[in-house]
Design a protein around this ligand. Structure first.
Ligand SMILES: CC(C)(COP(=O)(O)OP(=O)(O)OC[C@H]1O[C@@H](n2cnc3c(N)ncnc32)[C@H](O)[C@@H]1OP(=O)(O)O)[C@@H](O)C(=O)NCCC(=O)NCCS
Length: 173
């Protein structure tokens, strides 16, 4: 990550969500109009990278999820117990403001999500994502995620394959 350091915080009412502009209008709208309801109902947690201590430069959401064992590649499934599902954490959304694209922020937010998943006391076999299109899927594949054999836009990264990081790439607020 280059340039000034970003701070990482849980989204709260003091953050201005209206100025955020990524390349994806649905992801901008989600941040403006939907995310606070999802947080209140505890169906998503949202983390924001802040530039200059206050401007939202990027965000992602996390929630509990599960993966059907039968949907995993055979090479992954055969190393797991024969439960119908395995626990996972879903990164539901990830977006970076156009002003901060291409500076490593998206990759750093992904690393922070992996760090958060790894350090949780609640077990999760993998971090999973539902990519919105093939370009987004390519971004995740670039970072080591594998697509489910029957669903190219659902990708996962087993925790065991991630090099354990003791620290988030961000400074917390
Ligand atoms: C996808 C997105 C989050 C990437 O953020 P970013 O800050 O520009 O990405 P980074 O600068 O961290 O890129 C990290 C690496 O990923 C690579 N990368 C970026 N986009 C990529 C893509 N679509 N396909 C493959 N690789 C990609 C970069 O080349 C870089 O590689 P390097 O580390 O080897 O140099 C951002 O472009 C975005 O918000 N897009 C709109 C919303 C979206 O598509 N979200 C995806 C989730 S559905």
């Amino acid at each position: 990550m280059s340039g000034a350091p970003f701070l990482l915080a849980s989204l709260d009412a003091t953050h201005d969500r209206t100025a955020f502009r990524s390349d994806s209008e649905p992801l901008n709208r989600y941040l403006r109009e939907q995310v606070t309801q999802d947080i209140r109902r505890r169906v998503a947690a949202c983390f924001v990278a802040l530039a200059d201590g206050q401007r939202i430069a990027g965000y992602y959401t996390l929630a509990s999820a599960s993966l059907l064992l039968a949907n995993l590649p055979a090479s992954t499934g055969k190393r797991l117990p024969r439960y119908p599902t395995v626990p996972a954490v879903r990164m539901g959304r990830l977006a970076v403001d156009q002003a901060f694209k291409g500076q490593g922020l998206g990759g750093a937010l992904l690393a922070d999500a992996l760090y958060r998943t790894a350090r949780s006391e609640i077990a999760a076999f993998a971090l999973m994502v539902d990519a919105k299109d093939e370009a987004a899927a390519a971004f995740y594949q670039h970072h080591g995620f594998m697509a489910l054999p029957d669903s190219s836009l659902t990708l996962f990264l087993p925790q065991a394959t991630v090099q354990r990081s003791e620290n988030s790439p961000f400074q917390a607020v």
